[in-house]
Ligand binder design. Structure first.
Ligand SMILES: Nc1ncnc2c1ncn2[C@@H]1O[C@H](COP(=O)(O)OP(=O)(O)OP(=O)(O)O)[C@@H](O)[C@H]1O
Ligand SMILES: O=P(O)(O)OC[C@H]1O[C@H](OP(=O)(O)OP(=O)(O)O)[C@H](O)[C@@H]1O
Ligand SMILES: [Mg+2]
Length: 285
């Protein structure tokens, strides 16, 4: 069987988490330093290490079959390319920002202004929805410095914690889109590679579901069991096993990791004790 070719970012913010998700899928990659191409030893997959910004074109040309890429880059350069799955890491937004001192009222304030950005199509499309055009200065990095050196009146760039904006005396005024890493698919993918992709997606989804979930165990007095079971937002009904001590049971379930803290107090008030929360490695629904 032929391999499926996957592009991942060579270096930068997506590289480590992209390799990690493949590893969590049980895909071993012999990763020679400075290698631009590597094969898996136990899955029909070949990895190409590329620049994030170049990946849409490689997908379009069919040089690679799939890729892990920032959704924001697809929106900017590859609206024709399909997303197979959102991967839950490298979450950020693409926003417009202006100097802190500027009294911003609405998008109208940007009409005819100079905007520095690496995302010209995204900005143009966003402004055009309000019938606005601006003077775009396309730069590849350190965009946030542009207003301070007199190059632009506003910027459009990636915002995550907001600390880069803060350090450069800027404020976020419009969130144009939210982004995360995604698995994108070439429009030229062949049948054989599509079959490998189906297998890979099954593994990825099992990993993503497991990352979202926790295995929770607790001891509970039998007369509180009904109440505790009602509180637990489980996959299905929890497992209840008798403890050696009469009148007590052990309750096991799987819950969404964000939900755990929400229900913890309720569980304790209902009489649950010795609550254990364990990570789950893979979860097949
Ligand atoms: N501060 C951030 N927080 C979270 N995600 C981010 C952040 N900055 C960038 N990203 C996401 O990670 C992707 C890669 O960003 P990074 O800065 O590593 O590379 P790049 O300069 O966009 O790409 P290239 O590989 O072409 O040099 C971005 O497209 C975006 O989706
Ligand atoms: O809101 P924050 O948490 O400060 O993150 C936003 C910053 O992160 C990215 O830059 P990066 O560090 O990737 O540098 P780069 O410009 O060289 O890509 C992005 O271009 C912003 O500048
Ligand atoms: Mg960056």
């Amino acid at each position: 069987m032929d391999n499926i070719k996957i592009a991942i970012q060579k270096s930068g913010r997506l590289n480590e988490d992209s390799l990690k998700i493949l590893k969590d899928c049980g895909i071993g990659i012999d990763n020679g330093r400075d290698q631009l191409k590597a094969s898996s030893r136990n899955f029909p997959l070949e990895v190409f290490y590329l620049r994030n910004g170049d990946i849409p074109q490689y997908l379009r040309d069919g040089v690679v079959d799939i890729a892990i890429i920032g959704e924001n880059v697809l929106i900017e350069k590859g609206e024709d390319i399909q997303v197979a799955e959102k991967l839950g890491f490298s979450k950020c937004r693409v926003s417009l920002a202006v100097p802190k001192a500027y009294e911003y009222n609405s998008i109208e304030d940007l009409r005819g202004k100079r905007i520095a950005t690496s995302y010209p199509n995204t900005v143009k499309n966003y402004l055009s929805k309000s019938g606005i055009t601006a003077d775009l200065h396309i730069i590849n990095g350190s965009v946030e410095i542009a207003p301070n050196i007199g190059l632009a009146d506003a910027i459009c760039d990636i915002v995550s914690s907001g600390s880069t904006l803060f350090k450069n005396n800027l404020k976020e005024v419009e969130v144009m889109l939210s982004s995360e890493a995604v698995l994108a698919v070439s429009p030229k993918i062949q049948q054989q590679q599509q079959e490998i992709l189906t297998k890979l997606l099954f593994r990825i989804r099992s990993v993503l579901t497991a990352r979202q979930s926790k295995y929770v165990l607790m001891n509970a007095p039998n007369d509180s069991l009904d109440q505790i079971i009602k509180i637990l937002p489980g996959m299905r009904s929890p497992t209840v096993l008798p403890l050696a001590e009469a009148g007590w049971s052990s309750v096991h379930t799987v819950i969404n990791k964000d939900k755990f803290w929400e229900v913890l107090d309720e569980l304790r008030n209902a009489g649950a004790e010795g609550i254990l929360v364990c990570p789950i490695e893979k979860m097949v629904l």
